[in-house]
Design a protein around this ligand. Structure first.
Ligand SMILES: Nc1ncnc2c1ncn2[C@@H]1O[C@H](COP(=O)(O)OP(=O)(O)OP(=O)(O)O)[C@@H](O)[C@H]1O
Ligand SMILES: [Mg+2]
Length: 408
């Protein structure tokens, strides 16, 4: 069976669940949002810790199960997927490239842009690490910054600012292997957080400056956008599972019980008074629970804030904080984050036209839906089915997008 150009499949292998979604693209309309979710498979994950595979056979089986379910619901055969990758092994760095403009009349050509990207790729990588994605931020011509499409312009020196995502070869290989062993090919790999930013951030937020914090089960990731460019991102190996464990230890209960209580009563609000009168059948008070949950949330969010301060990006996030990932559903999360950052804070739910009414806990699916959106861009701007180092974000015009699509 030939691959249908109008069908993309997303695969998000998270610490708590594997999510597979089949999207039908409206290629004729060429609209980013015209993706209809026509199939879905969600399976709890058993072989991941802090976003990394610890049992490849279990993960392979879980992937197979999720994709088979997505095949059943979409009534289509799935051959290949757009896969997200995350976990504590991911590092990101900004890198600049520079080349002299070759032509005598100093007009910048496609060749110059290809060469300048090559120079930006020359970063020092520790042994065992590889580049997963290169994200263009801006070009500069003769020190004039913030140029989105330099082709056809004139100058002596062309520079590019990029954001490079790197990961451990072994961890990435484990993800690739588990998908292949499950019987599926990979069309492209995308850093989870970037997929999420595609599905939850508004264009105006990315222009004005925003931090997106995604708190999942095993990880907390954050990314900063400003002037429609990705400025900074980081992965922390702390997530909702830590809160569940704290509750289990604090209340002397099992982890599954703690998970249930967290979802039902868990609150990030700091309760100042002991409201013991609201005793419940589980014999804990909301005060007791908040005493456990609140410090962990506050600690995690403070780490994020400190990292942003350390990197000197605090002044870039004028439009505030957007929270997503399953843990953003913790009651009181928004107000805790708002107090710490002292900035407007909202929950980021995938913004669509995707007919998702029947999906509960929508922030858990930001990554998976963003992967569908990436797949849609991939189809529109062209890409070979080699899966590394390719992603398009930002307000690049068609010609530059095409180069990034073809380049790697
Ligand atoms: N209503 C809720 N209240 C509180 N926490 C919730 C709620 N729903 C889900 N969670 C928590 O969200 C986490 C799962 O989020 P998500 O699905 O985004 O993670 P994941 O993608 O599996 O993990 P990761 O991205 O960290 O590898 C779990 O820790 C879960 O307990
Ligand atoms: Mg996730």
């Amino acid at each position: 069976m030939r691959t249908r150009k109008d069908i993309v499949t997303a695969l998000d292998i998270g610490t708590s669940k594997i999510c597979a979604m089949v999207g039908k693209l409206d290629l004729l309309k060429g609209q980013e949002d015209s993706i209809e979710i026509i199939g879905m498979g969600i399976v709890p994950t058993r072989g991941l810790k802090k976003g990394l595979i610890v049992n490849i056979d279990t993960v392979t089986n879980d992937i197979k199960e999720a994709l088979k379910e997505a095949e059943k619901t979409s009534e289509l055969e799935i051959k290949s997927v757009f896969m997200g990758i995350g976990g504590g092994h991911i590092n990101t760095v900004n890198s600049k490239g520079s080349v002299p403009v070759r032509r005598e009349d100093r007009e910048i050509t496609v060749e110059d842009t290809r060469n300048v990207i090559e120079t930006a790729k020359a970063i020092k990588l520790h042994e065992g690490r590889e580049i997963i994605q290169i994200l263009p931020q801006d070009f500069a011509i003769d020190d004039q910054p913030e140029i989105k499409d330099p082709i056809g312009m004139n100058g002596v020196k062309l520079e590019i600012m990029t954001h490079i995502v790197t990961g451990m070869v072994t961890h990435t290989q484990n993800f690739i292997k588990s998908v292949n062993q499950a019987g599926f090919k990979i069309e492209d790999i995308v850093f989870n957080l970037l997929a999420s930013s595609k599905s939850v951030l508004l264009q105006s937020e990315k222009e004005l400056g925003v931090v997106l914090i995604e708190m999942g089960a095993g990880t907390t990731n954050f990314v900063i956008f400003e002037k429609d460019s990705l400025k900074y991102s980081q992965v922390l190996a702390i997530g909702g599972n830590h809160i569940t464990n704290d509750i289990a230890i604090g209340l002397h209960i099992s982890t599954p019980e703690a998970e249930k209580i967290k979802k039902k009563y868990g609150t990030g609000l700091d309760m100042e008074t002991n409201t013991n009168n609201q005793e419940n059948p589980n014999h804990f008070s909301p005060y007791q629970l908040s005493e456990i949950v609140q410090p962990r949330i506050a600690e995690t969010i403070r780490i994020v804030k400190e990292e942003i301060e350390r990197a000197d990006f605090v002044n870039l996030i004028a439009s505030g904080v957007v929270l997503t990932g399953g843990s953003s559903l913790l009651k009181g999360m928004t107000s805790t984050v708002r107090d710490i950052f002292n900035l407007p804070t909202r929950i980021g739910v995938p913004n669509l036209a995707y007919q998702l009414e029947d999906i509960p806990d929508k922030p858990s699916y930001s990554t998976c839906i963003g992967l569908l959106q990436h797949g849609s861009d991939f189809r529109k701007f062209g890409g070979t089915s080699k899966f590394e180092n390719k992603n398009l974000i930002g307000k690049m015009t068609g010609s530059v997008k095409k180069i990034f699509g073809d380049f790697f």
